[in-house]
Design a protein around this ligand. Structure first.
Ligand code: UGA
Length: 469
């Protein structure tokens, strides 16, 4: 189904249309493979997981990502995208190989576990027979690309003809397709003009549209990614630290965030208070960055990241305090409806999810927890099989003593407080994501609590004052 490379282009595959392989077809890799094929490239997705490859080949995305399923079906029909477990075939096929395998947190430390990345580069290098570019997309500690370059040069039968570049990815789960097709910037970490030209060919459709491009050395490209994620995490923890101060003073963190957001230098994005950040990226990137900085002797420069992490974790404990208070001071035997398990809405990802962690903490204190997430129940059940899971919002809240809103799915925001009120045992709710209409709940007779908000509603007073102004 794919075109064949002519001998000339095999010698120097700088083509208008480089052929692309994507190693590791998880959230990042599958989206990248599908989107590159949608842009007109011939793409081969590779993974060691036979089942994942089978599912993707038959047109099924093995995780929840809005819009990806449709795009996959669309590009499979063009014949430009295929999936395989055959690495030799991938090496023969590709001019540019994107490495998108995971870099999870190590089991015994804060460092990133680079086993999968190292394996992927080594496997490609040892099989290479013609010039090609290996492009790392996985988030890695600074200095990894330089180390891998040395390894690749040694392992590759064609030596330095196999080049390495780093091209960090900034897509958000839930918006992965759009972020990949319309990135806000591109970053190329390259060691040669040839590598840059290859990447320019791959991203030509975006560059033609005027997408900003930063060309940098390998270390800077690696650093951009962890610096960006650490900054985002810092912003979230900043507003959550303010929520802690609000709790001690009776101030309202939502009004505070709103007021801050009008300052263009601060901005309102990533200033949403609540249960804080989770997922497969922000928490582990923050920790791996601090760990790497310490190794490099600049630990003090980013020592504040430990505090950012701590602020984030403290929110979960504080949330449990609020639920316990509403349950009358003791969670034993209290039925708690845990609304949400995913680390954020529009995702079924439960990696380091604040929601699921809180559900677990509540259960550990003796609460009878019933979890409902519109998409993540299955993944959550796999992680914590001991919790109870409901098939619907109504089922989850039925007879609940306290309702805990943990992930801000639209379905929860749209729910009618009166209808929910008719199902619960007691109208008590804690909004961990500042996603609900507090006044509507209070008017419907609910006791309503949120992190960083005063116990008594002051919203009416403020709005009256606003009206006068
Ligand atoms: C994050 C970055 O936003 C992406 O740019 C990056 O590419 C990605 O990590 C990655 O490294 O691959 P993602 O993990 O999909 O993306 O999720 P975010 O939308 O950043 O949300 C992270 C967490 O922060 C979620 O748990 C969310 O609920 C929380 N959050 C976000 C807040 O608590 N408050 C906010 O104001 C914003």
């Amino acid at each position: 189904m794919f075109t064949t490379r002519s001998p000339e282009t095999e010698l120097d595959p700088i083509a208008e249309h480089p052929r692309i392989t994507v190693l590791g077809v998880g959230y990042l890799g599958a989206t990248h493979a599908v989107c590159m094929a949608a842009l007109g490239f011939e793409v081969l997705g590779v993974d060691v997981d036979q089942q994942k490859i089978q599912e993707l080949s038959s047109g099924r995305v093995p995780f929840f990502e809005p819009g990806l399923q449709e795009k996959l079906s669309e590009v499979l029909r063009t014949g430009r995208l295929a999936f395989t477990t055959d690495l030799d075939a991938a090496v023969r096929f590709g001019d540019v190989h994107f490495i998108c395998v995971g870099t999870p947190q190590s089991i015994d430390s804060d460092a990133a576990d680079l086993t999968f990345v190292e394996r992927a580069f080594e496997a490609l290098a040892s099989r290479a027979r013609r010039k090609a570019l290996l492009v790392g997309k996985s988030t890695v500690p600074i200095g990894t690309a330089e180390r891998l370059t040395a390894m690749v040069n040694t392992r590759s039968p064609i030596g330095e003809a196999l080049e390495l570049a780093w091209n960090p990815e900034f897509l958000r789960e839930g918006f992965a397709v759009d972020d990949t097709l319309h990135p806000d910037r591109l970053v190329f970490g390259v060691a040669s003009g040839w590598a840059e030209r290859q990447l320019r060919a791959v991203y030509a459709p975006m560059l033609r549209r005027g997408t900003p491009l930063v060309v940098a050395d390998l270390a800077t490209a690696e650093l951009v990614k962890v610096a960006a994620n650490s900054f985002l995490a810092t912003k979230i923890s900043y507003i959550n630290a303010m929520a802690e101060v609000c709790e001690a003073t009776g101030a309202d963190v939502d009004r505070l965030a709103e007021a801050l957001s009008h300052d263009e230098r601060i901005g309102g994005k990533f200033l949403k208070p609540g249960l804080g950040f989770g997922g497969g990226c922000l928490p582990k990137d923050l920790r791996a960055f601090a760990h790497r900085a310490e190794e490099l002797g600049v630990g003090r420069a980013v020592a504040f990241l430990h505090e950012i992490d701590d602020i984030n974790t403290r929110r979960r404990f504080r949330f449990v305090d609020l639920v316990r208070d509403l349950a009358g001071g003791d969670l034993h035997g209290a039925r708690v409806a845990a609304l949400g398990a995913a680390f954020k809405p529009n995702s079924d990802d439960v990696r380091d999810a604040p929601a699921l962690d809180v559900a677990r903490m509540l259960a550990l204190e003796g609460a009878d927890v019933v979890v409902y997430d519109p998409e993540a129940n299955e993944n959550a059940h796999r992680t914590y099989p001991d919790l109870d899971y409901a098939g619907s919002l109504a089922e989850a809240v039925t007879k609940a003593d306290v309702v805990a809103l943990l992930t801000e799915w639209d379905e929860f925001g749209r729910a009618d407080p009166n209808e929910l009120g008719a199902l619960v045992n007691a109208r008590r709710i804690v909004d961990g994501r500042h996603a609900l209409d507090a006044d509507a709940y209070r008017e419907a007779g609910w006791i309503f609590r949120a992190l960083g908000q005063p116990t008594e509603p002051v919203g009416m007073i403020t709005r009256e004052a606003q009206a006068v102004n």
